[in-house]
Structures are given as structure tokens and as C-alpha cells.
Design a protein around this ligand. Structure first.
Ligand code: 5SP
Length: 242
């Protein structure tokens, strides 16, 4: 089994930086109202395969209050989702979604961060197993089209991960609504995945409200696909600071 203290110093340093980032990003989930109690999780990939033959994952411990999360309590796992000897107490088990996150990292090299929330509106769409149609410029910007639905999957093994990869590999959307469960988002890094989770809830709420309009939702109009493509390209490649 891998022992963190025995890994090259530069890998230990990468892990320490990642633990601080992932711990801080967990605070964003309650701050944006995306989770209650101990629901949800954030993870990040530590790219160290060149040094030790495998990348590592940093993720929160399972069922611990958000107020009690700290960099030292972030758990380190391998790409099979197994906890390594990371300096945390043995009883501090990783998130129940670790195998799902690990499967995504193992099968989508471009992914550097994964987030799961139970945000209310996105989860309501997941409960209906209904994709969120691309009817807002913000959706075109961030998701490049509709937000798709993934299969019903058991919690605890890699089933959820298989569903995420099946739907998102080759898809522009960084978010998938896992049926009857909730949103999972991916990003080039964990911050991008958190951003996608925030945006997912925002558009889920807005489109839901638009649907509830007086005319029974007839006012909700799909964007022209060529406009969606243009908006997506501009937001991904031109918008913001470079
Ligand atoms: O829905 C699930 C399980 O998929 C999670 O969001 C739990 O609500 C939080 O689990 P831990 O990350 O604390 O194990």
C-alpha cells in the first residue's frame, strides 16, 4: 500500500496543496446553498503518475460536518478509490462516492476535479429524469447544450462513475443529473467542477421558474443550435481574463 510519507517530496507537496484547495472548495457547497448537513463531496486529482506510477485523489471524509472539514482531514486515495496511508486516522473513511469519483478520473484523463451535490432544483430535474433544455445563454456558455440525465445507479461502488463517464465522455456538458439522485459535475480542476455545480443549480432553478409561467411553459424557447455553438465558443475561449 502507498504511504504518503514515503513518496517523493514533490508529490507530498502536491498533495498538501491539493488538500488545502479541496478543503476550501468544500466550503463553497454550503455557501452557495448546494448541500444540507453532510451531503455532497468535492475531489481533485493529484497528477503524479510520472513520479509514482499512478495519480492520486484527494476527497473529503464520509459523513463529517462541513464545519469540521480541514486540509488535514482530507483523505488521499489511489485511482481505484482505496485510501492510502495518508496520515489521517484509519477510522476516517473516504466519501461514500469515492469509487465513483475514482472511476471518472481513471477513464477521463482531462478531468481534474469532480463534485457531487444535492442542490434542490437540479435534483428535482433528476427526480423527473428530465434533461434541462438549453434555453438560456448561460447554459450555452457553460454547458454547450442541454444538461443530460444519467442512469439510476447504486451508491458505494463504481456504478455512478460508470454512468457519469457513459454520459459525459465526448459530451460538452460538465454536468450530469444522475437519475433520482442529483448532479455530478466535472472540470479541468476542482474549482471548475464546483463552478459547474453552482451554474447547474442556477439554470435548473431559472428554467423551472420559466416553466411555471402563466402560459404553462410555452414561453420557454430553445436556443438555435448555431447560436449555442457560438456562445459556447466565446465563453470557453474568449470570455474573462487570459
Ligand atoms: O448522495 C450521496 C451518496 O452518493 C452523498 O452526497 C452523501 O450525501 C454524502 O456522502 P459522503 O461524501 O459524506 O460519504
Amino acid at each position: 500500500m502507498l504511504v504518503l510519507d514515503e513518496l517523493p517530496v514533490e508529490v507530498q507537496e502536491q498533495v498538501a496543496v491539493c488538500r488545502a484547495e479541496v478543503s476550501a472548495l468544500h466550503a463553497e457547497l454550503p455557501r452557495w446553498g448546494l448541500v444540507v448537513w453532510t451531503a455532497g463531496n468535492v475531489s481533485a486529482r493529484v497528477r503524479c503518475a510520472e513520479q509514482i506510477g499512478t495519480d492520486l485523489i484527494v476527497i473529503k471524509p464520509s459523513g463529517v460536518s462541513y464545519d469540521d472539514l480541514s486540509p488535514e482531514r482530507m483523505v488521499v486515495c489511489d485511482l481505484q478509490g482505496r485510501k492510502i496511508v495518508d496520515g489521517t486516522p484509519e477510522r476516517l473513511t473516504p466519501s461514500s462516492d469515492t469509487a465513483a469519483h475514482a472511476y471518472v478520473y481513471a477513464h477521463m484523463d482531462r478531468v481534474g476535479g469532480v463534485v457531487h451535490t444535492h442542490s434542490t432544483y437540479a435534483t428535482a430535474w433528476a427526480a423527473r429524469r428530465e434533461p434541462i433544455p438549453c434555453v438560456l445563454t448561460m447554459m450555452a456558455d457553460e454547458f454547450g447544450g442541454e444538461i443530460p440525465v444519467g442512469p439510476v445507479a447504486v451508491i458505494g461502488d463504481d456504478s455512478i462513475g460508470r454512468g457519469i463517464v457513459e454520459v459525459l465522455d465526448g459530451h460538452r456538458s460538465p454536468a450530469v443529473l444522475m437519475a433520482n439522485h442529483g448532479p455530478f459535475t466535472i472540470g479541468a480542476d476542482a474549482r471548475q467542477a464546483v463552478k459547474a455545480a453552482v451554474m447547474c443549480e442556477e439554470v435548473a432553478r431559472t428554467v423551472q421558474i420559466a416553466r411555471e409561467g402563466q402560459d404553462g411553459g410555452k414561453n420557454v424557447q430553445a436556443l438555435d443550435p448555431s447560436l449555442v455553438d457560438g456562445l459556447y465558443d466565446r465563453y470557453q475561449n474568449v470570455y474573462g481574463q487570459h
